[in-house]
Design a protein around this ligand. Structure first.
Ligand SMILES: *[C@@H]1O[C@H](CO)[C@@H](O)[C@H](O)[C@H]1NC(C)=O
Ligand SMILES: *[C@@H]1O[C@H](CO)[C@@H](O)[C@H](O)[C@H]1NC(C)=O
Ligand SMILES: *[C@@H]1O[C@H](CO)[C@@H](O)[C@H](O)[C@H]1NC(C)=O
Ligand SMILES: *[C@@H]1O[C@H](CO)[C@@H](O)[C@H](O)[C@H]1NC(C)=O
Ligand SMILES: *[C@@H]1O[C@H](CO)[C@@H](O)[C@H](O)[C@H]1NC(C)=O
Ligand SMILES: *[C@@H]1O[C@H](CO)[C@@H](O)[C@H](O)[C@H]1NC(C)=O
Ligand SMILES: *[C@@H]1O[C@H](CO)[C@@H](O)[C@H](O)[C@H]1NC(C)=O
Length: 622
């Protein structure tokens, strides 16, 4: 016999509103519907090295069309950005990156900057992809205008600053001199206005922004003469500069500053907006279908690398799903989760039949989608998604919000405004929560409920039963939910570790005991590195710790790129918010990977046992 102990520890209390402002980079305007996501496209592209690229429907292609008048694109092609891209860990080497440009001079810039590599090709024309980018998938170029001047701008790194709203019209802009010291700044700026500063080499743009941050004033930083716009970015902390900061070039900046000499008021009106121009990015997946690459959030070529890593992950997943022998039980098919979708169904087979056929594994395939053809149509926030199964087990339920009930069998998190998540999560230890009938010849009847909060998303979900060669144990014969006396969910709470023990019997004949835990930190725990441990029968010498099997999922919470690092595991890249920060056991647009330990050696068979859970959290530094 096999017993399995699922631990569903909910920690969800607050929505993870991890961005400073809801609005940020504006959406590209969808001009017509000639090309929509996911359609097959054909093209024939001649490269500068004489090759011809067609859609071969077997490996991903990522396209970038360069416009050097866009500061964001220009930074993506900087030397540092190219070097970072080329040295990415897990470089997506199955993907072809095809670059083109809107002008001959930008094309020769690409030729001089890009390294020669079999993965990186340059072309004069992108054939039908050009039509797509010119007519359908446009891009935004951020602008700043005063009555006298309109110029392009580069916003501070979203990891350090707040973003301006998509359209900020007629806000007062005051003269802030060099901006390097507090005394430079005017005293009566309005709280939603801006101050224009021109460090002119006396301090770095980032240092000037730090001074402004102390005064809580939003700044427009004028770059030094002869220098390209650079990214304002404070390494001090996540969200380190609590202001909006943006940068413009020297000559337009000087023009604006000179205008202060001739005006009656002590301010001019400024508008932060964007131009819609022919698009910069597109991709084609391994199946030959068009896909967006996501939102422009970080001006680095790694943006395309993350997109490609995800396309390769997705291709591997699709191949696995197609090739693996599986008994598939569809449960949800593009069902709307706002707040919940639920279905009651009777399985077409019984536990005995599954076992007789040799199935030893139960996985959940989940696809996250949204209505509308493009990412811009998807909801903007990140929320927990939880799947519960009520199959007549009659167990105690406990939770505060989606996630954490004792009948939870899977947990995911929505993405910031991208509709492409697709995940396969092993849930074998929870088998007996679903096949809960005492009579194993009777197929179970279950009510499955999938829910998230507040915003509409579409759920497509099925259970997949497989015969996995890498599994040594059969499906479990018992699944016990663990309920503590103390169900405090805040990792940071000082009583979290008290009374967190559980007594359980292990029947005679049991051959294996697994512990299965779904642990995520939200609200004040979202960016808190943590470690979760279990000991059995007070044998403090043997500790099962999340840090041993999933260190980076929990201990990289709060790091700048902890989740960007997980696109290879299926985290949706290039979302509309701060998707890239590490989080407590989860990432935006990803499944929560259960923590599974084989604890057989620590339990006494045919006897009563106890387990104790403890949590250690790093001290919050902010
Ligand atoms: C700024 O814009 C507001 C609103 O459009 C307008 O009322 C105000 O007169 C403008 N101020 C200046 C100095 O142009
Ligand atoms: C700011 O202060 C100056 C001088 O005290 C005054 O002339 C000006 O009207 C003030 N501006 C605003 C927008 O309050
Ligand atoms: C911001 O600065 C930090 C620290 O120097 C660095 O790790 C990070 O990569 C920078 N972010 C970007 C987007 O350049
Ligand atoms: C390139 O960017 C500039 C600056 O915003 C814009 O005026 C121009 O239309 C863009 N060209 C293309 C082809 O996107
Ligand atoms: C733990 O249990 C003790 C004894 O029952 C009780 O006094 C205490 O309040 C409990 N603490 C928590 C956090 O549940
Ligand atoms: C194990 O650790 C707990 C918590 O530190 C402690 O209360 C308990 O006495 C220890 N048990 C043994 C057998 O050392
Ligand atoms: C990214 O993940 C790799 C392992 O896949 C790890 O070695 C590396 O430290 C991680 N980097 C960051 C920035 O999290």
């Amino acid at each position: 016999m096999i017993s399995t102990l699922p631990l569903s520890l909910l920690t969800t209390l607050l929505l993870s509103l991890s961005t400073l402002t809801a609005a940020s980079i504006p959406p590209a305007t969808f001009l017509n519907s000639d090309y929509v996501n996911n359609q097959l496209i054909s093209f024939s592209i001649s490269t500068t090295t004489g090759e011809t690229i067609t859609n071969d429907n077997t490996s991903p292609i990522v396209f970038m069309k360069y416009n050097s008048s866009d500061p964001f694109s220009r930074l993506m092609l900087s030397e540092d950005s190219i070097a970072d891209f080329m040295s990415m860990s897990d470089f997506p080497s199955k993907t072809t990156f095809v670059f083109s440009a809107y002008t001959p001079s930008d094309l020769s810039t690409l030729q001089s900057l890009l390294p020669s590599s079999p993965n990186i090709l340059i072309s004069f024309s992108l054939d039908t992809i050009d039509t797509l980018l010119s007519n359908s998938w446009t891009s935004p170029i951020l602008t700043l205008s005063t009555p006298q001047t309109t110029t392009t701008r580069l916003d501070c790194y979203y990891g350090s600053c707040a973003w301006p709203d998509e359209q900020n019209i007629d806000l007062p802009l005051y003269n802030g001199n060099s901006g390097c010291s507090i005394s430079d700044y005017p005293t009566n700026t309005s709280s939603n206005g801006y101050v224009i500063i021109y460090p002119n080499g006396n301090c770095s743009p980032t240092d000037a922004a730090k001074v402004a941050s102390k005064l809580s004033v939003n700044v427009v930083v004028v770059q030094n003469e002869g220098e390209e716009l650079e990214l304002i970015n404070s390494s001090d902390d996540v969200d380190g500069l609590n202001i909006i900061a943006t940068m413009i070039g020297f000559s337009d900046g000087t023009h604006i500053i000179e205008s202060f000499e001739t005006i009656e008021n002590d301010y001019v009106n400024v508008t932060l907006s964007y131009d819609v121009v022919p698009g910069f990015f597109a991709s084609v997946n391994a199946g030959g279908r068009l896909l967006e690459v996501g939102w422009e959030k970080i001006p680095t070529l790694k943006m395309l690398g993350w997109a490609a890593q995800w396309l390769e992950y997705k291709s591997n997943l699709d191949n696995k799903l197609a090739e693996e022998e599986a008994l598939v039980v569809p449960i949800f098919e593009e069902d709307l989760m706002q707040e919940a979708a639920s279905v009651t169904m009777t399985f077409p087979f019984s536990e005995s039949e599954l076992r007789e056929e040799g199935f030893n594994s139960m996985k959940i395939e989940f696809a996250l989608g949204c209505d509308g053809g493009l990412d811009q149509d998807c909801s903007i926030w990140d929320h927990c998604i939880t799947l519960t199964a009520d199959c007549g087990g009659g167990e105690e339920k406990f939770k505060n919000e989606p996630g954490g009930a004792t009948d939870e069998v899977g947990r995911w998190v929505t993405s910031f405004r991208r509709g492409v998540g697709h995940f396969l999560t092993d849930a074998s230890p929870l088998f007996k929560k679903i096949f809960a009938n005492d009579n194993t010849d009777t197929p179970p009847t279950c009510t499955f409920k999938i829910q998230t909060e507040g915003e509409p998303w579409r759920a497509t979900l099925s259970l997949r039963f497989t015969k996995s060669a890498d599994k040594t144990e059969p499906l479990p014969t018992q699944t016990l939910p663990i309920v503590y006396e103390n169900m405090e969910t805040k990792f940071a709470g000082k009583n979290y570790n008290e009374n967190r023990t559980f007594e359980f019997d292990v029947p005679e004949g049991t051959t294996k005991v697994l512990l299965h835990a779904i642990v995520t930190g939200h609200g004040e725990c979202e960016f808190l590195p943590s470690s979760h441990q279990w000991v059995f029968n007070e044998n403090n010498g043997t500790v099962f710790s999340s840090s041993d099997i999933a260190y980076s999922s929990y201990m990289l919470a709060g790091t700048p790129f902890g989740c960007a690092n997980r696109t290879v595991e299926g985290a949706v890249p290039n979302e509309h918010g701060t998707w890239y920060y590490g989080r407590g056991g989860w990432c935006d647009g990803m499944d929560v990977k259960p923590l599974v330990f084989d604890v057989t050696s620590e339990v006494e068979i045919g006897a009563s046992n106890n387990l104790r859970e403890t949590r250690t959290a790093a001290v919050a530094t902010s």
